[in-house]
Design a binder for this molecule. Sequence first.
Ligand SMILES: Nc1cc(-c2ccc3ccn(Cc4ccc(CN5CCCC5)cc4)c3c2)n[nH]1
Length: 231
Amino acid sequence: MRLDVVTIFPECFSPLREGLIGKAIDRGIVGLGLHDLRQWTTDNHRSVDDAPYGGGPGMVMRADIWGPALDAVCPDDALLVVPTPAGRRFTQATAEQWAQERHLVFACGRYEGIDQRVVEDAARRCRVAEVSIGDYVLVGGEVAVLAMVEAVVRLMPGVLGNPQSHQEDSFSEGLLEAPCYTRPESWRGLDVPKVLLSGDHAKVAAWRHEQALSRTMERRPDLLGDARTGD
Ligand SMILES: Nc1cc(-c2ccc3ccn(Cc4ccc(CN5CCCC5)cc4)c3c2)n[nH]1
C-alpha cells in the first residue's frame, strides 16, 4: 500500500516513522510520501488561506492551491481521504475496507477547513471520503490522519507480530474487548481473575465474552443496536 499525505505541517507525521508503522515502512509493506502544501503556493508569503465567503470566523484553505497539489499527488485510482468534523464516521469497518486499498491520499486541512470545491473537483476523477474520527473538533486534519493511518496499517499482513491480535480487536466482533492481565498474579492486593489461570480455554473464552458483553452494555450500548439501548 502507498500512503501520501498533503499538509502544511509535514513534521506532524514523524511519529509514523516510529514503532510498528515505522517498521512496516522500512520493510516496504507501506510506502509513505509527505508533501508540504506550500510547495504549490505562488505568492511571496506562501499563503494557503483566505477569508470565508459569506463571512464567519477564521480562514478557509484555498482551492487554487489545493487543486494543483492534489493533481500532482493523487492519481485517479487512489482513494482521497479528507478528514473533517462534518464527515462520515471512521470506524474499524472503515479501517478494514481501506486496508484493501492500493493507494490512500490524505488531504489535511487547517484553519476552518478546505474550500468545498476541492472535494467536488477531485470527485470528478477519483473516489473521495470525507471522514470524522469522532464528535469533537480538532485544530486540523493531521491528528485524525495519524489515527486513521495507524488503524489501517496495523491490519495489513506482516505488520503485527501476532496476526491473531486484530482478530480480537475491540469492535471486530461488534463488542468492546475484555480486560487483559499479565504478571504479577497479585499486585497491590488485586488478583488476576482465577479463571485466567485455569488453563481451561473454553472457560477463558466464555469469561472474556461475558466481560466484553457487560462492558459494551455499560459503556457503549449503541454498539448493541436497538434491543439494548431502549430505543
Ligand atoms: N473528527 C474531527 C476531524 C476534525 C478536523 C479535520 C480537519 C480539519 C481542518 C480544520 N479543522 C479545524 C476546524 C475548526 C472548526 C470547524 C468548524 N467551523 C464552523 C464554521 C466553519 C468551520 C471545522 C474545522 C479540522 C478539524 N476535527 N474533528
